[in-house]
Design a protein around this ligand. Sequence first.
Ligand SMILES: Nc1ncnc2c1ncn2[C@@H]1O[C@H](COP(=O)(O)OP(=O)(O)OP(=O)(O)O)[C@@H](O)[C@H]1O
Ligand SMILES: [Mg+2]
Length: 166
Amino acid sequence: MSGPAVAPEGDLRATASPEATERLGEALAGSLAAGDVLLLVGPLGAGKTCLVAGLARGLGCPGRVRSPSFTLVNEYEGRLPLFHLDLYRLQGPEAEALGLEERLERGVLAVEWGERLPRHLCQQALALRFEIATATERRIHASGEGARGRQLLDGFRAAAAKAAWR
Ligand SMILES: Nc1ncnc2c1ncn2[C@@H]1O[C@H](COP(=O)(O)OP(=O)(O)OP(=O)(O)O)[C@@H](O)[C@H]1O
Ligand SMILES: [Mg+2]
């Protein structure tokens, strides 16, 4: 896994396999604290759920991560509660009714189709934009909003460096 930084405020990495994407998520988990928001953006099959599986492993959550497409929010208990959302089927205002502020006080939100999350929840977020490069390669562009988002971007860089050597 490697790649040049694309801009001072962003970072571009590539993963060569689902396992590599999962390891990246696992390493990133070490940077997370309650109140953190990860926006996962990209097409169907891009690897968003795969990265969340790594987050869950890194947070020490037992059990398998499944796509929350039908349940909207899955909760995993680890070092911190991990709330895994998939907003693919959601209409705009419905996200307001999910009680996310209360969940965010307790844990981390990892949001697939994160571009559909209400704006006020994105202001300190780390956004990961996935691109399908080949059958087995994904490009992941990271950017951080606000002071916390930029800290998380540093965490992402460190995680990418760590995951690349395992
Ligand atoms: N480098 C890679 N990283 C992640 N997944 C990969 C990679 N290469 C191939 N894949 C495959 O791509 C698929 C990614 O599926 P995943 O469910 O994580 O996508 P998703 O972005 O969550 O899609 P959806 O929007 O449908 O929920 C899996 O079948 C996985 O095996
Ligand atoms: Mg998914």
